[in-house]
Design a protein around this ligand. Structure first.
Ligand code: KIV
Ligand code: NA
Length: 277
């Protein structure tokens, strides 16, 4: 499998080849993603919601992102890994921002970082890129601003907000981002942005006009069992299988049906005899 780069991704866009990206947060899921040949892995701060059980991504820390990125890297040594800069990690000062982005590369082993926000984050984007760290932008529904946006809802519906997202995309490309995630924006807006950018757009709830797509792995495999946004396609229903298997296991233990000889270890008769004496 060929590992993608910031350069090969731009080539893919030029050649009209779609980019497939999915999140991963641990060793087995990362191996599965790599074996499936998915182009890019995102260690998203969505891990706060789907792995750690928080209601939002806001409680996720740098330490969480480093911990999970390391596990992902062990499972997917040959896949381009992007790690999210978590809440507040790029907002205190430029030096702290660059330090945090650097830790995700140097300590955790990510190939690039993702940062939410448009014009208000340009200084940070430029500072990180100046440190030779590739940056993926993220516009539209930016979950770290959920309290300002008033919920997880569609962005860019009216002229003002659509124009702002469009301009922010142009500004992020100009600042040097290698790709931009567009989350929960109308399909025509995402298509228009994708046409005007030379860098690829990766959509989630942004329609088929994007240059690539990203989904949260727990959502698309059906491990997420509570609320599921409409833009998710569920390719498996693993939560149901997990519960079923666990019920069977529990019942077999109680009935004495597990374990049987095939899962047990024996001992030499004479050793047992000596032991009992
Ligand atoms: O954290 C995440 O999974 C993301 C994607 C939804 C783009 O940022
Ligand atoms: Na995220």
């Amino acid at each position: 499998k060929v590992k993608q780069t910031t350069v090969s991704l731009r080539e893919m866009k030029k050649e009209n080849k779609r980019i497939a990206m999915v999140t991963a947060y641990d060793y087995p899921s990362a191996s599965a993603v790599e074996e499936a040949g998915v182009d890019l892995i995102l260690v998203g701060d969505s891990l706060g919601m789907v792995v750690l059980g928080y209601d939002t991504t806001l409680p996720v820390t740098m330490e969480d992102m480093i911990h999970h990125t390391k596990a992902v890297k062990r499972g997917a040594k040959n896949t381009f890994v992007v790690t999210d800069l978590p809440f507040l990690s790029a907002h205190i000062s430029l030096s702290e921002t660059v330090r945090n982005a650097g830790r995700l590369i140097q300590e955790a082993g990510a190939d690039a970082v993702k940062l939410e926000g448009g014009r208000e984050m340009l200084e940070e984007v430029r500072a990180i890129i100046r440190a030779n760290i590739p940056v993926m932008g993220h516009l539209g529904l930016t979950p770290q601003s959920v309290n300002q946006l008033g919920g997880f809802k569609l962005q860019g519906k009216d002229l003002d907000s659509a124009k702002r997202i469009f301009e922010d995309a142009m500004l992020l490309e100009e600042a040097g981002c290698f790709a931009i995630v567009l989350e929960m924006v109308p399909t025509p807006l995402a298509a228009l942005i994708s046409e005007h950018l030379k860098i690829p757009t990766i959509g989630i709830g942004a329609g088929a006009g994007c240059d690539g797509q990203v989904l949260v792995i727990h959502d698309m495999l059906g491990i997420t069992h509570n609320y599921m946004p409409r833009f998710v396609k569920t390719y498996s229903h693993l939560y149901g299988s997990m519960v079923e298997s666990l019920q069977t296991y529990s019942r077999e233990v109680k009935e004495g049906a597990f374990p049987t000889t095939e899962h047990e270890f024996g001992m030499k008769e004479e050793v047992l005899y000596q032991l009992k004496k």
